[in-house]
Design a binder for this molecule. Structure first.
Ligand code: NCD
Length: 301
């Protein structure tokens, strides 16, 4: 079954294929606006953790493909609250739907779901683990802007410890030889060793002028409040890096700023009108990319 569980499952040829298919889906969206290729199929979205973009763009994607959607947007309103295991829940839901997109606060949860599910599982975020579908839309956004061949320096900024989107995206980028990675985080939220490539990566504890001036992509992240046990520590770290228009002025004109969203304070709103700001466009790219992932899971492309 074509599950989407974590970024390492993709190799370069498959990534390039997904990028091409997403461009085809975007073409459908900008011409006719919809397709009937998933007619008669059902997507179930099951989110135990809060979500706006991921769930709604999955549901939009299925609607645009001509399929139908059933949804649990709050795990607390499901039988999980009564103590049902993930394995049982997924076995049951997979009897109702042809593909399942899901999110939970537990690392490895989507993988567990595959043990009993009768249909493909798509991981929409497993706690501080991974967020492979976000990383695919991030890659698509980067590819649309720069292609995937020329040398590019990306700075990941903010909560690198708990920010699951960077864990997945760095992995996708390792498939291409042209990316250099700067990791910018306070030491408490440093990138884990398993993601750090000592040969090529650089680490910073400040968002320095050097980082800003050299980056082609500045990838900002939210400090992940919900992962902190200590509220005081979150309060101390939450505004550690703020990208504002004055800082963007240090960046290259043709560089771009990405953020998986939601933002809290880490990107000031005075950045929004600047040409480097691509995060809302990035969020829109979730639709063609998720159309692609659903269609692949259903084996209709
Ligand atoms: C991200 C997530 O859920 O990990 N949001 C998203 O899916 N676009 C980022 C975040 O919550 O900070």
């Amino acid at each position: 079954m074509r599950h989407v569980l974590s970024a390492p499952q993709f190799d370069k040829p498959e990534l390039l294929e997904i990028m091409n298919q997403a461009a085809d889906m975007e073409n459908i969206l900008t011409t006719k606006g919809f397709s009937t290729m998933a007619e008669g199929k059902i997507l179930a979205t099951f989110f135990y953790e809060p979500s706006t973009r991921t769930r709604l763009s999955f549901e939009t994607a299925m609607n645009r493909l001509g399929g139908k959607v059933i949804s649990v947007s709050d795990g607390q309103s499901s039988s999980a609250k009564k103590g049902e295991t993930v394995e049982d829940t997924m076995q049951v839901i997979s009897g109702y739907a042809d593909v399942i997109a899901m999110r939970s606060s537990e690392v490895g949860f989507a993988e567990r779901a595959t043990k009993t599910s009768l249909v493909p599982i798509i991981n929409g975020g497993d706690g501080p683990g991974e967020h492979p579908t976000q990383s695919l839309l991030d890659l698509y956004t980067i590819q649309k802007q720069f292609g995937l061949e020329k040398p590019l320096r990306i700075a990941f900024v903010g909560d690198l410890k708990y920010g699951r989107t960077v864990h997945s995206l760095q992995n996708l980028l390792r498939n291409f030889d042209n990316f250099s990675i700067d990791w910018v985080a306070p030491k408490e939220l440093d990138i884990q060793d398993k993601y750090f490539n000592a040969g090529t990566d650089r680490k910073f504890t400040e968002l320095t002028d050097e980082v800003l001036a050299e980056a082609d992509i500045v990838y900002m992240t939210r400090i992940q409040q919900e992962r902190f046990d200590d509220v005081a520590e979150y309060e101390r770290l939450k505004d550690v890096f703020i990208l504002d228009a004055a800082k963007v002025a240090k960046m290259k004109k043709e560089a771009i700023i990405l953020h998986p969203l939601p933002r809290v304070d880490e990107i000031a709103t005075d950045v929004d009108p600047l040409p480097q700001a691509k995060y809302f466009e990035q969020a829109r790219n979730g639709v063609p990319v998720r159309m692609t992932l659903i269609a692949r899971a259903l084996e209709i492309i």
